[in-house]
Design a protein around this ligand. Structure first.
Ligand code: UDP
Length: 329
C-alpha cells in the first residue's frame, strides 16, 4: 500500500530533499510549512503544501485527523546557531514548543512513527575525534539545546506511549539534488559552501574565513560535509527501522574538510578564484566536528553515494549557477 507521511518544514533545505526522496519511491506526502524560511517552489509537484504554522494547533489537529498516516517527519525549526546565541529564549521556546506540541498531537492521533531532524550541535564540547552516538551531549548553542529538548520528549513519548522515533543528527548538510530539481536557499545565507560559491561568482563580497588560528593543520575549522541527498536516503532507511524500535543516528561521511579545503574545492569545480579575507573566530564554532556514522551504516546499510567533496560542491554549483536568485521571491 502507498505510504503517507506528513512532513513539517518540507519546503526547507533538507526537508525538501527528503520529500523528493519519499515521492520518488512513490509515497504520498503532505508538507506543512509556514514559508517563513521555506520556499513554495521547493515543494515538488505531487506533494501537497499546507501553508500553516505549527503553533496553530487546531489546524495541525485537523490535518492529523485527515485519515491514516504512516509517520511524521519534523524539520520545521529556527536553525541558525549564531542567531540562537543572541535570541536564546526565542529558540528554546519556539523550537521546543513546536516540536513537543507536534509530538503530543502525534500521540493523540495514534501516529506510530516520528523522524526528528536533529543536529551535531548537540556535541558542542567534542574534542576533535569522530563523534559517535555515545559521546556526551553538551549542546553548543540554544539551537542545539532546543533539539535536545525535543529528543528527550521523544524518549518519553516512546516509553509512555510507544511512539517510535528516529533522531537524526546531521553534521554539515551540503550540496543539491543531483537531478537539479532542488538546492540550498537560506535567507540570510550563513552556510559556508553557498557563500563560497557566491563569492567565486562575484555575487557577494569576499568570503570571510572565521579564524585561521584553530588547532588544525591549516588553522581553519574542520567539518564533515554530507550530501543532502545522502541525508535524505538515511531518512528512508531510518523510517524502516521504526517498525521494531526507536533509533538515534549521527549522520556524516566521517571525512573532515577545512574551510580552506572547501575554498580550494570550489576553485577546482568552478574554475575561478575565491576572494577571501581572514576574520575573527565566530562564537560557538568548535575546531573540528566529524561524525562516526558506523551505527547507521551497520544497522541499515546506509552508504553515502555523494561523499566526495568536489562532487558535493559540483551539485551546489550547478544549482546556484542555474538559479542565481535561488527560488526567487
Ligand atoms: N565559515 C566561515 N565563513 C563563513 C561561514 C562559515 O569561515 O562565512 C566556517 C564556519 O566557521 C565553520 C564552517 O565554515 O567552521 C562551516 O560553517 P557553516 O555555517 O556552514 O556550518 P556549521 O558548522 O556552523 O553548522
Amino acid at each position: 500500500m502507498r505510504r503517507r507521511y506528513l512532513v513539517t518544514g518540507g519546503a526547507g533545505y533538507v526537508g525538501s530533499h527528503v520529500v523528493a526522496a519519499l515521492a520518488d519511491r512513490g509515497d504520498e506526502i503532505v508538507v506543512i510549512d509556514n514559508l517563513r524560511q521555506g520556499h513554495r517552489r521547493a515543494v515538488l509537484d505531487g506533494a501537497r503544501l499546507i501553508e500553516a504554522d505549527l503553533s496553530d494547533s487546531a489546524r495541525l489537529d485537523a490535518v492529523l485527523a485527515e485519515g491514516r498516516w504512516d509517520g511524521v517527519l519534523h524539520f520545521a525549526s529556527l536553525s541558525l546557531v549564531g542567531e540562537s546565541m543572541r535570541q536564546p529564549f526565542r529558540y528554546l521556546m519556539e523550537n521546543a514548543m513546536a516540536g513537543i506540541g507536534l509530538i503530543d498531537a502525534c500521540v493523540r492521533h495514534g501516529i506510530a512513527r516520528f523522524v526528528l531532524s536533529s543536529t551535531a550541535n548537540l556535541f558542542g564540547s567534542a574534542s576533535g575525534g569522530p563523534i559517535a552516538e555515545d559521546v556526551a551531549i553538551d549542546p553548543g548553542s540554544p539551537y542545539g539545546e532546543s533539539k535536545w529538548m525535543i529528543e528527550r520528549a521523544l524518549l518519553w513519548a516512546d516509553r509512555l506511549h510507544g511512539l517510535r522515533s528516529a533522531r537524526l543528527r546531521y553534521f554539515n548538510a551540503a550540496g543539491a539534488d543531483p537531478a537539479g530539481r532542488l538546492g540550498e536557499d537560506h535567507r540570510p545565507e550563513t552556510h559556508l559552501i553557498p557563500l563560497v560559491i557566491d563569492a567565486a561568482l562575484g555575487r557577494r563580497p569576499p568570503l570571510e574565513v572565521f579564524g585561521d588560528d584553530y588547532p588544525t593543520p591549516d588553522g581553519t575549522c574542520i567539518r564533515d560535509y554530507v550530501h543532502v541527498t545522502d541525508l535524505a536516503e538515511a531518512h528512508l532507511l531510518a523510517l524502516d527501522q521504526l517498525d521494531a524500535r526507536s533509533v538515534t543516528y549521527n549522520l556524516g561521511n566521517g571525512l573532515g574538510h577545512s574551510v580552506l579545503q572547501v575554498i580550494e574545492a570550489v576553485e577546482r569545480v568552478g574554475g575561478r578564484r575565491v576572494p577571501y579575507t581572514v576574520a575573527a573566530r565566530r562564537p560557538g564554532d568548535p575546531a573540528v566536528l566529524v561524525a562516526a556514522s558506523d551505527l547507521i551504516r551497520r544497522e541499515t546499510g546506509w552508504t553515502p553515494k555523494h561523499a566526495d567533496l568536489d562532487h558535493i560542491v559540483r551539485t551546489a554549483w550547478a544549482w546556484r549557477e542555474k538559479h542565481p536568485d535561488g527560488y526567487g521571491n
